[in-house]
Design a protein around this ligand. Structure first.
Ligand code: HEC
Length: 156
């Protein structure tokens, strides 16, 4: 019954200290690849501070793929997409891409409450990308007046 417990306890002892910040990576299918591939050479904190455009992430990950850690191409592609989604560089710092931004970024740029921002992200994940700001008016729990006031700061 309990025969797996000692193994789990042991493996958590053996984890490198860099793992302290692993939890700061958003959950996503590629998180496991980042852990297994990228964190072989990088501290989590080093990667968490990077923000790049999608093309930049593709180029960077392609370069990292040459550094000798072998993994299927799909895993590197998944990492590039994951990093571009969660660690994006918005071209114009005063604007925010409502289909890529994290709830935290939405709070910062648009001035919504964390709950409102999370509702927008959850709706987007369930129903797909927004095409314009008016589509967000149906999201339950989000103040439409705030959205309208911030509509010029949004890109899609
Ligand atoms: C085998 C070791 C190794 C692995 C695995 C690795 N990197 Fe790197 N990475 C490096 C080294 C060495 C540098 C610094 C030299 C350079 O930029 O080429 C670097 C630099 C970087 C930079 C800054 C480079 C720039 O363009 O300014 C980023 C961002 C980065 N790595 C992300 C990643 C990501 C994401 C992964 C996982 C796909 C990854 N690395 C996997 C060794 C590695």
């Amino acid at each position: 019954m309990h025969r797996f417990l000692p193994i789990l306890a042991l493996s958590s002892l053996l984890m490198p200290t860099g793992r302290a910040q692993l939890k700061d990576f958003p959950d996503g299918p590629a998180k496991e690849y980042v852990t297994r591939i990228c964190l072989q050479c990088h501290e989590a904190s080093q990667l968490l501070s990077q923000h790049r455009t999608g093309d930049d992430w593709k180029a960077t990950v392609a370069r990292m793929a040459q550094k000798g850690v072998s993994a299927p191409t799909e895993q590197f592609d998944a990492i590039a997409a994951y990093m571009a989604k969660y660690f994006p560089k918005t071209e114009d710092a005063t604007k925010i891409n409502m289909n890529k931004a994290t709830a935290e970024e939405i709070v910062k740029v648009i001035g919504l409450t964390p709950d409102e921002a999370k509702a927008l992200v959850a709706y987007r994940e369930k129903h797909g990308d927004y095409r314009e700001w008016g589509e967000m008016l149906v999201v339950y729990g989000v103040d439409g007046r705030k959205l309208e006031a911030a509509k010029d700061k949004m890109t899609f």
